[in-house]
Unconditional design. Sequence first.
Length: 265
Amino acid sequence: DKATDPGVPEENWEFIQRFCDRVNADTEGPSLALRLLAHKIQSPQEVEALHALTVLETCVNNCGERFHHAMAKFRFLNELIKVLSPKYYGTWSSEQVKSRVTAVVFSWTVWFPQEVKIQDAYQMLKKQGIVKEDPKLPEDKILPPPSPRPQNSIFDTDEEKSKLLARLLKSNNSEDLQAANCLIKSMVQEEQEKSAKVSRRASTIKEVSEKVQCMGEFLEAHRRQELSKPDQEALQTLLQHGEKLRPLLFRLASEAVDDDEALGK
């Protein structure tokens, strides 16, 4: 209540930080916090709703993976959607509150691309015409890198960039914060490209394995008796697919030369 007090025009950072500390200290902290925040964000008092959104964003920045996992569930996302939807509170929620909720959800689609439910919720808002276009995020808005991160994440392995980022984030200079935001964006993009490459590699290896297994079954059957014409044609098709996949595997192997486990696969 003190962190979202509508009688105080400015954010009360002391109580916001204390709220975050309680979230982190309590096992049920994230789920309880989100239930309370949803209620405040839906408040008919604009200042209270805006304060609650500030608390929400501060929790996203400070309360880690448990909070991120809880906020990415439809149970909470639906409460935010109600603020925007004319079927619920969208008819009387202020434009400023609706604009801020839209920006919050959109920012999560950027910074938490692996959270499918967030992506689905935002796309649904666009499909229904509730969100007409993506909001522009302010350059000095520091948002967290996606979490959970894979092992050997660039945020962990690139020590030089991580140190630079930490220094920029501690600065009170707006130019340093803009530089930090740009650095986070570039590191996230690099992380996403790395993840996409790993995903493509796994998908290709799976496809090759399945085709090789299928070819093996055909050849084993052929050892016992002559294959029927349809089976011979199917085997020929598998062979052609295999020939096309061979150079792709060579390229994947060359890309994975520094990753012993991936190269082994």
